[in-house]
Design a protein around this ligand. Structure first.
Ligand code: SAM
Length: 262
C-alpha cells in the first residue's frame, strides 16, 4: 500500500476513507471543496503527547509545542465555519519531565485561533497509576496523579451555536443527552495490547463526542487516526469520516478494524 500520491486514499469504505501521510500535507490537499471532500465539521482526535511512545520522535517540549501549533492551525484552516474540535489529552504527564498537557494545549489552541468552549473530564478509572507514589509517606517528593484525562471542546469561531439547517438532524437519545451533558464521563480506557496500538482511546469516547457535537450528515475527521477508533465510531453512528495516519502499519490496522465493522 505504498503511496506516491497522498490524495489517493489508502482505504475506502462505503462512507469511510483512510489516508496515509502527515496530516499537515494530507488534510489541506483533500478538503475545501476544491478537492474531493468538503471541509471538516467535527474533529475527534488525540495528538501525540511527546511521552516517548513508539510513534513519536524525541522532541523537546518547545518543539512539541511548535508541532501542536502547526497541527491545530491546519485543522482550523480545514474546518467549516461552524467547525468543532474534541481534543483528548491527559491532564498532565510526568515523562520525560512534568508538564501540564491540558493547560499547554488550551494555550496553543487559543494561539491557533480556536475558541475553547467546554472541557469534559474522562474518568478512565486507571487505578494502575496509583503505584507511582514518589516519596511514600514522606513530604520529600510525593507524586499526585489524577487518574483522568480530558476532552477539550473548541470551535473555529467564537459563536458556539450551530444553525439548525434543513437536513441537519441530531441522532442522540434523550437520556444520553441528559447524562452526557454532565461533563464527568466514566468508562474504562482501551487496551493497547488488545488493539495493537500503543495509545488507542475507546470507541465510547468518540461515539459520545460524535453524537453530542455533530449532525447526521456531518463529516468527521481524525487527523491522528491511529487504529481508526474515530472512524469506527463514525461508521456506527451513521456519519461519513476520514482518518489520516502517518504510520503505514497503523493505516493497515485501522483499515482492518473498519472492514471488520461490515
Ligand atoms: C495518540 S495516537 C492516536 C490513537 C487513536 N486515537 C486510536 O484510538 O487509535 C496518535 C497517532 O498519531 C499519529 N501521528 C503522529 N504524527 C502524525 C502526523 N503528523 N500526521 C498524521 N498522523 C500522525 C501516530 O502515528 C499515532 O498513531
Amino acid at each position: 500500500m505504498a503511496l506516491t500520491d497522498i490524495r489517493v486514499p489508502s482505504y475506502i469504505g462505503t462512507r469511510t476513507r483512510l489516508y496515509s501521510g502527515d496530516m499537515r500535507t494530507v488534510l489541506p490537499s483533500i478538503t475545501g471543496g476544491i478537492n474531493e471532500l468538503p471541509d471538516i465539521d467535527l474533529y475527534v482526535t488525540s495528538p501525540p503527547y511527546n511521552v516517548g511512545k513508539g510513534y513519536e520522535s524525541k522532541a523537546t517540549h518547545n518543539q512539541w509545542l511548535k508541532d501542536c501549533a502547526e497541527w491545530f492551525s491546519v485543522m482550523r484552516a480545514c474546518a467549516t465555519e461552524s467547525g468543532r474540535l474534541c481534543l483528548n489529552v491527559p491532564l498532565d504527564k510526568r515523562t520525560p519531565s512534568p508538564v501540564p498537557v491540558y493547560a499547554d494545549c488550551v494555550e496553543v489552541l487559543r494561539q491557533s485561533g480556536w475558541h475553547v468552549q467546554q472541557t469534559i473530564i474522562w474518568n478512565e478509572q486507571n487505578v494502575s497509576r496509583r503505584t507511582a507514589w514518589g516519596s511514600f509517606m514522606s513530604a520529600s517528593a510525593p507524586i499526585v496523579i489524577a487518574p483522568v484525562e480530558v476532552i477539550i471542546v473548541a470551535s473555529k469561531h467564537k459563536l458556539w451555536t450551530r444553525k439548525t439547517e434543513k437536513n441537519k438532524v441530531s441522532t442522540i437519545r434523550q437520556r444520553d443527552f441528559v447524562y452526557w451533558t454532565n461533563g464527568m464521563w466514566t468508562f474504562p480506557g482501551e487496551s493497547a495490547k488488545r488493539i495493537g496500538h500503543p495509545a488507542p482511546f475507546p470507541i465510547e469516547l468518540a461515539r459520545r463526542c460524535i453524537l453530542l457535537y455533530s449532525f447526521a450528515d456531518d463529516l468527521i475527521c481524525d487527523p491522528f487516526a491511529g487504529s481508526g477508533t474515530t472512524c469506527i465510531a463514525a461508521h456506527r453512528t451513521g456519519r461519513e469520516s476520514i482518518g489520516i495516519e502517518i504510520d503505514e502499519t497503523y493505516v493497515h490496522l485501522a483499515a482492518g478494524r473498519i472492514s471488520g465493522e461490515g
